[in-house]
Design a protein. Structure first.
Length: 249
């Protein structure tokens, strides 16, 4: 049995969006150090690793060593969206259900959702030594993806010693955006070897959707290897991996 409380229910909704933007169902692990999830999306193209530390909560009680519960995060997100004003959120396990209690100044409401029987999640994250690490402003990168969506369905990321470049090639038009290493869009950039890979645009849009505006977004790139994207949302650390498109030319 476990119980944890957040002072503002909207904060937990924002953090949960980072999960539901990629997967509908998964196993949430309630550990002594915080909430943890690692899962692949249904197509096996992308992975998410999520950790919301114990310090994020006003109250936190977890069994040793942990409790694992299968959840429909899509349904959970819809319930969390029903937060009103500055309600506090209490989440606990009640037998085979998860109870969400919204506590306001003049009353409280509670929902109970079933715990699902879901197969065990991903054992570990990929071990990749990325050759390029680019930290940039999240809002500006999202704008780049909006531009890209006007052109094509796949996006190529290219990093060298002087710039981080985005390319999209469509049936009728093309997009090239070059961000200089010393420019205002790049917060920090380290390249040990020029790197270039192509990824499905829709997945990348889903991955960065929950990143707060004007936050630091870290992109780790290696030629024709899975992309790694990291950021924080409401004190939760989120890491994604996205498989590249390999052209058999």
């Amino acid at each position: 049995m476990f119980k944890f409380t957040v002072g503002d229910a909207k904060r937990y909704k924002n953090a949960t969006d980072a999960i539901v933007n990629l997967i509908d169902e998964g196993i949430l692990e309630v550990r002594e150090e915080g909430l943890f999830l690692r899962a692949m999306d249904p197509s096996q193209i992308a992975m998410i690793s999520f950790l919301m530390p114990k310090a994020s909560f006003a109250e936190y009680e977890a069994p040793a060593p942990s409790a694992k519960i299968g959840l429909n995060f899509d349904g959970l997100s819809k319930i969390l969206a029903r937060s009103r004003g500055e309600e506090k959120l209490e989440i606990s396990q009640v037998q085979n259900k998860l109870q969400l209690k919204f506590v306001g100044k003049s009353g409280k409401r509670s929902f109970k959702v079933p715990v699902l029987d879901i197969p065990a999640g991903v054992a570990k994250e990929p071990s990749i030594a990325h050759d390029a690490i680019v930290k940039m402003n999240s809002s500006q990168f999202k704008e780049t993806l909006r531009d890209a969506s006007l052109v094509g369905s796949h996006i190529t990321l290219d990093a060298n010693e002087t710039a981080f470049t985005v390319e999209v090639h469509g049936d009728t038009s093309d997009l090239t955006e070059e961000n200089e290493k010393t420019g205002e869009r790049i917060i920090e950039m380290t390249v040990t070897k020029p790197s270039r890979a192509t990824f499905p645009l829709q997945y990348l849009e889903d991955i960065v959707k929950a990143c707060p505006e004007n936050a630091a977004l870290t992109i780790c790139l290696k030629s024709n290897a899975p992309l790694k994207v990291e950021y924080e949302v409401e004190s939760a650390k989120v890491t994604y991996y996205l498989a590249p498109r390999i052209d058999n030319d």
